[in-house]
Ligand binder design. Structure first.
Ligand SMILES: C[S@@+](CC[C@H](N)C(=O)[O-])C[C@H]1O[C@@H](n2cnc3c(N)ncnc32)[C@H](O)[C@@H]1O
Length: 220
């Protein structure tokens, strides 16, 4: 089974020679970069915004968090499009490659990679303009064995993401929920913790397929 068709598992798919293979894969690079461009497009989606209330183009450059930044494909695209990027990655094998590429490319991209768990981010309240996450967020519940543990983990993380976002902050999440039940767990965690928005599914008939949540921090 090739990487294109094999369902990745965490952490195995991103360690040792698998990390190397991931980083060398032109298919993966194209896929992650294409999705990152789509996330930028969704960040400016007018359905998410009340354009009369707030001009999203104000205050550029934005600081954007890339949750689960892997070897840096998505972070590079964000930085090339003018964002100040903080890439968050939990595995050394992946983050080392991202940092190495940044040094080798010598492109002066505004990216800082931090070794951290999405569930426990070392960031201050109201410090981040926007967040994206591509093909990573579904792994944050990998250690949870019961539905209750999953709900607690998702809820704590959604709360924390809301806290670090500035007013009008947005979160564009691309992920692959295992099934409809899991999709609802993720959606509910955001709604309960002060986000609103909507969902886009590339293949709506497949309940476990590629899913985008376009979220914004609710304002009072
Ligand atoms: C598909 S890969 C990377 C995708 C990335 N957008 C890119 O362009 O390469 C998903 C990444 O999420 C990371 N990840 C999974 N759980 C994480 C967590 N709790 N905290 C931080 N990173 C995590 C994995 O280690 C893996 O590198």
């Amino acid at each position: 089974m090739s990487r294109k068709t094999k369902k990745p598992t965490f952490p195995n798919s991103y360690q040792g020679k698998n990390a190397e293979e991931y980083n060398q894969s032109t298919w993966m690079e194209r896929n992650q970069k294409r999705t990152a461009l789509l996330c930028i497009q969704y960040l400016y989606d007018q359905h998410l915004d009340n354009v009369h209330d707030y001009d999203i183009l104000r205050d550029i450059p934005y600081t954007i968090l890339d949750l689960g930044s892997g070897t840096g494909f998505s972070s590079e695209i964000l930085a090339e499009n003018g964002f100040r990027v903080i890439g968050v990655e939990i595995l050394k094998d992946m983050i080392y490659k991202a940092r190495q590429k940044k040094t080798d490319q010598n492109k002066d991209l505004d990216i800082e990679y931090i070794l951290s768990d999405i569930n426990y981010l070392p960031l201050r309240a109201n410090s981040i303009d926007h967040i994206i996450s591509i093909s990573a967020y579904n792994f944050i519940i990998h250690s949870a064995t019961t539905p209750k543990e999953k709900i607690i983990l998702l809820s704590q993380t959604a709360q924390y993401l809301n806290t670090i976002l500035k007013t009008h902050g947005r979160f564009i999440l691309e992920f692959y929920p295992a099934d409809e039940k899991e999709l609802n767990l993720f959606k509910t965690s955001f709604i309960n913790k002060g986000f609103n928005g909507f969902m886009i599914q590339q293949h709506p008939n497949q309940k476990s397929g590629q899913t985008f949540l376009l979220l914004k921090k609710q304002t009072n």
